[in-house]
Design a protein around this ligand. Structure first.
Ligand SMILES: Cc1cc2nc3c(=O)[nH]c(=O)nc-3n(C[C@H](O)[C@H](O)[C@H](O)COP(=O)(O)OP(=O)(O)OC[C@H]3O[C@@H](n4cnc5c(N)ncnc54)[C@H](O)[C@@H]3O)c2cc1C
Ligand code: SF4
Ligand code: SF4
Length: 440
């Protein structure tokens, strides 16, 4: 049997001011103190209430003038010396603030994906999010769950299982038939408060953006919109990557002190997971119903936009021929349409082309337009600004046609054609027609 040495507690000390070094920076030390033991004098110097100080060292670390230091009493110095000299196990005192935070965060477990639906029709982005959510849940060692809200939408549960969820939280009642912010926020917040998920993902669609913002405000947590990358760090934090400063840098944002961690992702940014036919899971039918009289918004009638019937959804297209400022004018987009017709594709545009009024806004690809992921993306007369690239760089194949061989579009292109698009595009269309003809 071996004797167990008693554990010595490592003293934490208290902060104190080093005479003459404070530069009165504006009370940074006071602002970081978690136990409010720093008072400021009229001349802007701190007075630290030693008995309240828990020795967290936050003020010492933030001080720009090295004007604060940790003070240890002679007894504490003796213990520190003993600890340094011996191999006795050290019992680190736990920072009470950090411990309370860790306890709070540990109450939240599970990755949830909001399944967006309109009149029972699911939005494809929900399944894409279940795909990325599966990776996050596996890293965290938790369940991947879907959140289904609507009326007579139980069939969506089996769809959610087929796309990777192992559990579905279901709110099914007439009050949830049409999307209304108040009813959906109440319903979602009820489930969040009851089951405490640590991550919630939603589509960056009209509905998702509206709902996510309202929920994050209600449950007092952070929300990162339009993420292009999601991962988990070694402290279970969701690393949410998205373009920032007009798309010129990619920022990774974390919400390390609040739960749940909420993120929205645009359609087509994440790959669609493989469908597992017949996959089963658990359905938690929650009886929570928002009283209809408490919902101020009433849906009287749904009037379909006449334009929407003729509108082209470039996000679902397999072939996109996009034109930029190099097209020189709206009339030249007919040339791209001819090529698109031969391929069974659609015509897209850069923002410059849209801003010039050459193409409608719903054709714009990029950061402030649509995110697309076609099989083939043909960029004609588009320079390849980062704001355009973030909307199309995940296409299976990119073909760039540009007369400037140093155009950035060539950096993401699978095939690059340096040449005049007014010669290259008709030549490609002609070749495709000939090939089709020869196969008849
Ligand atoms: C906050 C913010 C958000 C933005 N969001 C978007 C967005 O969502 N989508 C987007 O596209 N942009 C967006 N932009 C704008 C973006 O920065 C670029 O200005 C825009 O993408 C440039 O469009 P373009 O490539 O058509 O034009 P240009 O940059 O002018 O490029 C035209 C290209 O055509 C080539 N060319 C000219 N004539 C020919 C020819 N005959 N044959 C072959 N090549 C030819 C030229 O060599 C050139 O490379 C955004 C900008 C900001 C600041
Ligand atoms: S060491 Fe921590 S608790 Fe003590 S004064 Fe500085 S910030 Fe406050
Ligand atoms: S942070 Fe440092 S310089 Fe700033 S007020 Fe506190 S002691 Fe002075």
């Amino acid at each position: 049997m071996t004797d167990q040495k008693p554990k010595l507690k490592k003293p934490r000390g208290v902060a104190r001011l080093v005479d003459g070094k404070c530069i009165a920076c504006g009370a940074r030390c006071q602002s970081v103190c978690p136990v409010n033991c720093v008072e400021m004098t009229d001349s802007g110097e701190p007075i630290i209430e030693g008995v309240k100080c828990i020795g967290c060292q936050k003020c010492v670390k933030i001080c720009p003038a090295s004007a604060l230091e940790m003070y240890f009493s002679p007894e504490e110095l003796k213990i520190l010396a003993e600890l340094a000299a011996s191999a006795a196990p050290v019992e680190e005192e736990v920072d009470p603030e950090a411990a309370a935070l860790a306890r709070k965060l540990a109450e939240y477990r599970g990755v949830w994906v909001f399944v967006e639906q309109t009149e029972g029709e699911p939005a494809k982005v929900s399944w894409e999010l279940l795909g990325v959510g599966a990776g996050l849940a596996s890293t965290l060692g938790v369940e991947l769950c879907a959140l289904v809200i609507g009326y007579e939408v139980e069939t969506l549960c089996s769809e959610a299982f087929a796309h990777g969820a192992s559990k579905v939280y279901l709110l099914d009642a007439p009050v949830y038939r049409h999307y209304r912010t108040e009813a959906y926020v109440e319903g979602c917040c009820h489930l969040i408060e009851k089951y405490k998920p640590e991550v919630i993902l939603m589509g960056a669609t009209g509905m998702g953006r509206d709902l996510a913002g309202a929920i994050a405000t209600r449950v007092a947590t952070g929300l990162t919109a339009d993420c292009t990358g999601l991962a988990i760090d070694d402290k279970r934090n969701l690393m949410q990557t998205r373009p920032a400063f007009g798309g010129n840098i990619m920022a990774t944002i974390m919400c390390d002190k609040f739960r749940p961690q909420m993120a929205t992702v645009r359609p087509n940014v994440m790959p669609m997971p493989e469908r597992k036919e017949g996959a089963q899971g658990v359905v938690i039918r929650d009886p929570f119903v928002v009283p209809e009289e408490s919902v101020l918004t009433k849906v009287i009638e749904i009037i379909r936009d006449a334009h929407s019937k003729s509108a082209v959804d470039i996000t679902g297209a397999e072939f996109i021929i996009s034109g930029g400022r190099g097209l020189m004018g709206p009339e030249n987009f007919a040339m791209l349409q001819e090529l698109a017709d031969e391929l069974g594709g659609v015509v897209g545009a850069s923002r410059s082309a849209v801003d010039a009024g050459w193409m409608p806004g719903d054709r714009q690809v990029g950061q402030t337009g649509k995110t697309v992921r076609p099989k083939i993306y043909i960029a004609c007369g588009i320079s390849g600004a980062i704001q355009h690239l973030v909307g199309m760089q995940d296409s299976d194949m990119v073909i760039a046609i540009n007369r400037d061989k140093s155009a950035p579009i060539f950096e993401v292109a699978t095939y690059g054609i340096v040449g005049d698009l007014f010669q290259v595009v008709p030549a490609i269309t002609k070749k495709i027609r000939e090939l089709k003809q020869s196969r008849k």
